[in-house]
Design a binder for this molecule. Structure first.
Ligand code: GDP
Length: 450
């Protein structure tokens, strides 16, 4: 991933430092970055335009409160708007209907409708303990009916037969009748898709909708469609009152911008995400958590809130710069680093908010140990004088190093060996910082964990 929104925005906060107000001028630079980041994530252009306009309006009207700089305030506004656009919280499937609760699946051919129908059946059986029946109204492709039969069996649900010589309307009525008489809780109706939108297809699914009166009409859309997703979404929204979206193939290498586009165009919440070809590759979509991840920016909303809670952003940034260059990094910085992390909820709190791919390697046990070590280190660093922290050489090769270390160990209530260990780690860290550029937090934590 080239340049994430996070990178772009943090660069911007830096350039905006020292400016007192959000103005037409300085907001333009930021909006340009936001626009670029969203386009890179494959969000459709009209959606990007709308989003940027909303942010601009909110930013210009916003008061910059307390100790926030305009840059920080703007970042907060962008994140809030992004989260709101993606939807808030979890939009679960609605089954509140006289059984059977009917779920109509709509979408283009190849979007993943049939696969998703079976995945959803499995989800409803396992997570909601429902008795589920599936049926295919795709009378144009006998193979599609067979495919649904196969995947329904894999899901452990029941399949209602249909045939190419029947009318979709009749299939639907027969399936509902069967579901009622056999006490099914849910009936999932897979429909025909075409390779592109066409009027006959839309008329057919409108008719099916009127016949079935489904409690959920789910629009299944391929995340890899990127910019094209918007046209498909528009056509389906005009034809049907969509109640939810399933975004498939999020495991592919799309940047996931389709999520934002489709959500905004249809106004319907994203309820599920397809994350593999397998029958269990369906996840309940948690907009707040996924919004950031989808765009490769971590759970930045939460992170910004933490930042606003009391972490000194400027100090953190200065530190980050020092960390990058390795120049002049002293024990005060080491201490500052630890207290910043504590303010942000400790290492594990921080890790939760970063993109999963960065944190997957850190096990919970490692994390606990790292947190404990961090606390001890903080104690040792606090037992040093400010001068010692500024000039670590006093403790490493100064004449009085032995007596200094004895005093520090006594003050922190630890053995001298622990003081030595910390100084060793600091020494290694200083060396390492010169070598690493970005993405170094994990490496650093490994060292902290000893
Ligand atoms: P339909 O024409 O809309 O019914 O689409 P299908 O259900 O036949 O799916 C089309 C292709 O996409 C199949 O090869 C599926 O295995 C694949 N597919 C569906 N959902 C996902 C997903 O979430 N991830 C991946 N990687 N592939 C998927």
């Amino acid at each position: 991933m080239a340049s994430t929104l996070t990178d772009r925005l943090s660069r911007l906060v830096k350039t905006m430092r020292g400016q007192a107000r959000i103005t037409e001028d300085n907001v333009q630079d930021m909006l340009r970055e936001v626009r670029m980041a969203l386009l890179e994530a494959d969000v459709a252009l009209p959606v990007v335009r709308d989003f940027v306009a909303r942010v601009k309006e909110k930013a210009l009207g916003a008061e910059v409160v307390g100790s926030l700089s305009p840059g920080q305030a703007l970042v907060g506004i962008v994140h809030k708007e992004l989260a709101a656009t993606m939807g808030e919280g979890i939009a679960d499937i609605n089954l509140a209907a006289q059984p059977p609760a009917i779920i109509l699946m709509a979408g283009l051919q190849g979007a993943g409708k049939t696969t998703t129908t079976a995945k959803l059946a499995k989800h409803l059986i396992e997570k909601r303990k429902k008795k589920v029946l599936t049926v295919s109204a795709d009378v144009y492709r006998p193979a599609a009916i067979e495919q649904l039969k196969t995947v329904t069996a894999q899901a452990g649900a029941e399949w209602f037969p249909s045939a190419p010589d029947q009318k979709p309307h009749d299939i639907a009525l027969a399936a509902v009748d069967h579901a009622r008489r056999h006490f099914f809780d849910v009936l999932l109706v897979d429909t025909a898709g075409r390779l592109a939108i066409d009027e006959a297809l839309m008329a057919e699914i409108r008719d099916l909708h009127a016949t079935l009166k489904p409690v959920e009409t789910l629009f299944v859309v391929d995340a890899m469609q990127g910019q094209d997703a918007i046209n498909t979404a528009k056509a389906f929204k005009e034809a049907l009152p969509l109640t939810g979206i399933v975004l498939t193939k999020l495991d592919g290498d799309s940047r996931g911008g389709a999520a934002l586009s489709v959500r905004q165009i249809t106004g319907a919440p994203i309820k599920f995400a397809g994350v593999s070809e397998k029958i269990d590759g369906l996840e309940v979509f948690d907009a707040e958590r996924h919004a950031g991840r989808v765009l490769g920016m971590g759970d930045i909303v939460a992170l910004v809130e933490e930042v606003q809670k009391g972490v000194d952003v400027e100090a953190a940034q200065k530190l980050a710069e020092k960390l990058k260059s390795g120049d002049g990094f002293d024990l005060n910085d080491f201490l500052a680093q630890i207290s910043q992390m504590k303010k942000m909820g400790g290492l594990s709190g921080l890790m939760d908010k970063l993109p999963t791919q960065m944190t997957a390697k850190a096990g919970a046990a490692d994390m606990d140990k790292a947190e404990r070590d961090m606390k001890r280190m903080e104690g040792i660093l606090n037992a040093m004088t400010a001068k010692e922290r500024r000039q670590p050489s006093l403790l490493m090769d100064g004449k009085s190093k032995a007596s200094r270390k004895r005093r520090i160990a006594a003050g922190a209530g630890v053995q001298i060996q622990e003081v030595n260990r910390l100084l060793n780690q600091f020494d290694q860290m200083q060396g390492m910082m010169k070598k690493m550029k970005g993405g170094g937090l994990m490496k650093m934590m490994k060292k902290l964990g000893g």
